[in-house]
Design a protein around this ligand. Structure first.
Ligand SMILES: [Mg+2]
Length: 456
């Protein structure tokens, strides 16, 4: 291995941690998110092996593992594994109970993916994140970067991150791992470093020493294939990669070789930027205990309607669709929506439409309420026109965030809303695809990546 003084390398005259644009970047990643959600609404699953399957139906062996809890992983269940294979390693409790050859103690719980429910939990987490940072970049349903630079300093960032973790644990009921570092790529590695329930702070001067002993595969952008190719040429650790001859890396891996070497040195000048314009703005709030009191329900609904309308006004956003979400016990999510012929910025209208939509639920037992505005138009964009709406509905490229709402006047029922929620999820995958060009070059093809994504 040849070693190079980074200062002599033209592209990196800056030593790690000496950047004039040092930021305090925080990466938040919920632990085993889908499984954590399942435990939230089914507390007996806590401490048990839990497998959440995509394309899985109760009792079947179809589908693939989306998330395996740590307890399930001890049996060799992994994300992206076929459910049939997972079942061989970890039988279902219910099957084990009926089979003398199987031990219930060595069996687990299998649940199908319930995206709508996970989205609502993710919404609660997002609310907390937005209180902690002005700039939040959501990467996926359970992962986000926060720029804390303006809110805190390196001396107190650990206590801020601790408070964030406890608020997520206490308010939402799931644990998150948090990494804090001067760059996005280092923050991501830091949050991964001590999972689950981890908190790792890497201060500017420590980035190099922190990375040096790590396996090369832990470097942002290095997947299993690149890792084994690097090992073949004697590069085993992030420190090896940081010190490798950039020209040699480029010869073997192209520009990506130089880039991962920069990440291995902790060099990453990407700024935390929010994703493009949001598709919708919403506020949700849960009652401490489900309530049937119509007055409390209406009060809460109007508070949420005000908050959403206020947020839209602050962002200079007008909206065409107003919807409510009503969660009844155990966790049934109902949504109702009304779309207007054109975009408005009208808090009173939000309140009155939300009230109308809520009428059918008033006095029923309610656990949680939400108000959302969508079909947004942004003040800095072109004047909204019918033509633009038509384009959005067709889901034109260039506006990937558009929600696939057909008839603009449609009252959305549960299934139409499912499509909307789906769009939200697919939106974040679209984002990942875009990002893959840069750091996360090596992830497997889309479907697998999605599965692997929720693995940690
Ligand atoms: Mg996660």
């Amino acid at each position: 291995m040849e070693y190079h003084d980074p200062v002599e390398m033209g592209h990196s005259a800056r030593l790690p941690g000496t950047s004039s644009v040092d930021r305090i970047v925080c990466h938040v990643d919920v632990d085993c998110f889908y499984a954590a959600c399942e435990r939230l609404r089914e507390p007996p699953l806590r401490g048990e092996p839990v497998v959440v399957g995509m394309g899985y139906e109760p009792g079947s062996d179809a589908g693939a593992v989306a998330t395996a809890s740590y307890e399930a992983r001890e049996y060799g269940v992994e994300s992206a594994q076929a459910i049939s294979e997972a079942l061989e390693r970890l039988p279902r409790k219910i099957d084990a109970a009926q089979d003398d050859d199987l031990d219930v103690a060595d069996a687990g719980f299998y649940r199908p993916v319930d995206m709508e429910y996970y989205e609502s939990v993710a919404g609660d987490i997002r609310e907390i994140l937005s209180e902690y940072a002005d700039v939040v970049r959501e990467v996926s349903i359970d992962e986000a970067y926060l720029d804390l630079t303006e809110r805190t300093g390196w001396e107190e960032v650990e206590s801020v991150a601790t408070a964030l973790k406890s608020e997520i644990a206490e308010t939402v009921g799931v644990t998150a791992s948090v990494g804090v570092a001067p760059t996005m790529s280092a923050a991501k590695v830091a949050s991964d470093h001590d999972k689950p329930d981890g908190l790792v702070v890497v201060e500017p001067g420590e980035v190099g020493p922190f990375f040096a002993p790590l396996d090369v595969e832990e470097v942002h952008g290095v997947g299993p294939v690149t890792a084994s190719e690097l090992q073949e040429i004697g590069i085993e650790t992030a420190g090896d990669l940081a010190a490798a001859d950039p020209a040699r890396l480029e010869a073997k891996f192209g520009e990506r070789g130089r880039r991962v070497a920069r990440f291995a040195r902790g060099d990453d000048d990407r700024a935390v930027e929010p994703r493009g314009d949001p598709k919708s703005l919403s506020r949700e709030s849960a009652f401490t205990e489900a309530t049937t009191d119509p007055e409390r329900q209406t009060d809460r609904l109007l508070t949420l309607a005000d908050a959403v309308a206020e947020r839209a006004r602050r962002r200079e956003v007008s909206y065409r669709t107003i919807s409510i979400k009503v969660v009844t016990p155990p966790f049934d999510v109902h949504t109702r929506a009304e779309s207007l012929p054109g975009p408005v910025d009208d808090p009173e209208l939000v309140a009155s439409i939300a009230t109308d939509l809520f009428a059918e639920f008033e006095g029923t037992q309610i656990r949680k309420l939400g108000v959302r505005v969508s079909n947004l138009s942004f003040a800095d964009g072109d004047q909204p026109s019918l033509q633009q709406w038509a384009g959005e509905e067709a889901g034109e490229a260039g506006n990937p965030g558009a929600e696939p709402e057909g008839d603009p006047r449609a009252q959305t029922d549960a299934s139409a809303t499912e499509a909307t929620e789906q769009a939200t999820v697919e939106g974040s995958q679209g984002e990942e695809t875009a990002e893959r060009e840069s750091p996360e070059a090596e992830q497997p093809a889309d479907g697998q990546r999605r599965l692997g994504d929720f693995d940690r």
